[in-house]
Design a protein around this ligand. Structure first.
Ligand SMILES: NC(=O)c1ccc[n+]([C@@H]2O[C@H](COP(=O)([O-])OP(=O)(O)OC[C@H]3O[C@@H](n4cnc5c(N)ncnc54)[C@H](O)[C@@H]3O)[C@@H](O)[C@H]2O)c1
Length: 260
């Protein structure tokens, strides 16, 4: 796929962090970008900056995503690119003893389900609805109709304690990438995924400073947190290299997470 003005893209979670970095990179190539996100303030500002469109969207809601695709396609036409970045984190042990009271509390099931709804089912919802539209597109010179990139996490491989929900959701994203690529093999739509390590985004910044420092120190080389544009660079590669399909690529400075 060649990235230029003739191509439209949808980036979920595009208001901030990895999604915003991806939107910036795509727009720099002339791609017409629609940002799907809950955060209207940051999304509207970024859309103005890149000459794109912001569509308020909740990936857990069919109606909201249908409306967002309608808006995006009204503005830019049917997208050839979908990048799924919308995601949340939540940490709790499967069951744990409170340090002070000694009371035992299990993982709150509503929180567990929410993580799967946003990260896994939300990603699939956007893939299903975007690809249904892509199937109506004429193939480009290289035979492609479209390309999709999902965002898993290195937690799909080595989730830490407290990450049962998050790791399960990301392993699900990684696991469904190949079968969906196979679904579209005869239709000219490639599907890949990224497993990011630690990246400097609002999601990472919500954690305490000492945790961020410990994460940074655990990265072999380069011994630092990743820049969101380094994630976006990999997305660009996956979109533009026509032989990449059904793959899930780590970008993590060789870090391997320990138990905690
Ligand atoms: N930052 C990291 O170190 C890191 C590492 C591995 C994986 N990831 C994954 O990368 C993706 C992007 O993470 P980030 O660090 O940029 O996070 P972020 O919190 O900075 O940005 C995520 C965006 O998703 C949006 N969002 C959340 N729930 C949504 C919903 N229901 N519908 C629509 N939008 C919603 C948020 O409003 C936000 O703008 C996530 O899937 C995350 O799990 C991040």
């Amino acid at each position: 796929m060649k990235l230029d003005r003739s191509v439209a893209a949808v980036v979920t979670g595009g208001s901030k962090g990895l999604g915003a970095a991806t939107a910036l990179r795509l727009a720099a190539h002339g791609v017409r970008v629609a940002l799907f996100d809950l955060d209207a303030q940051a999304g509207e500002a970024l859309a103005r900056r890149i000459g794109g469109v912001f569509c308020r969207a909740d990936v857990t809601s069919d109606a909201s995503i249908d409306e967002a695709f309608s808006r995006a396609r009204e503005a830019h036409g049917q997208e050839r690119i979908l990048v799924n970045c919308a995601g949340i984190v939540h940490a709790h042990k499967a069951a744990a003893r409170d340090k002070t009271s000694g009371a035992v509390r299990h993982y709150p099931m509503a929180d567990y389900e929410r993580v799967l709804q946003v990260n896994l089912i939300g990603t699939f919802r956007c893939i299903a609805k975007s690809s249904a539209g892509m199937l109506g597109l004429v193939r480009m010179a290289d035979g492609e109709r479209g390309a999709i990139v999902n965002t898993a996490s290195i937690a799909a491989d080595e989730g830490q304690m407290g990450q049962a929900a998050y790791a399960a959701s990301k392993a699900g994203v990684a696991g469904m990438t190949l079968p969906i690529a196979r679904d579209f093999a005869s239709e000219g739509i490639r599907v890949n995924a990224v497993k990011p390590g630690f990246f400097n985004t609002p999601m990472l910044q919500t954690g305490p400073e000492h945790v961020r420092r410990a994460l940074e120190a655990s990265v072999p080389f380069p011994a630092r947190i990743g820049d969101p544009d380094e994630y976006a660079h990999l997305v660009e590669f996956l979109l533009t290299n026509g032989y990449m399909n059904g793959e899930c690529v780590r970008v993590d400075g060789a870090v391997r997470m320990g138990a905690r």
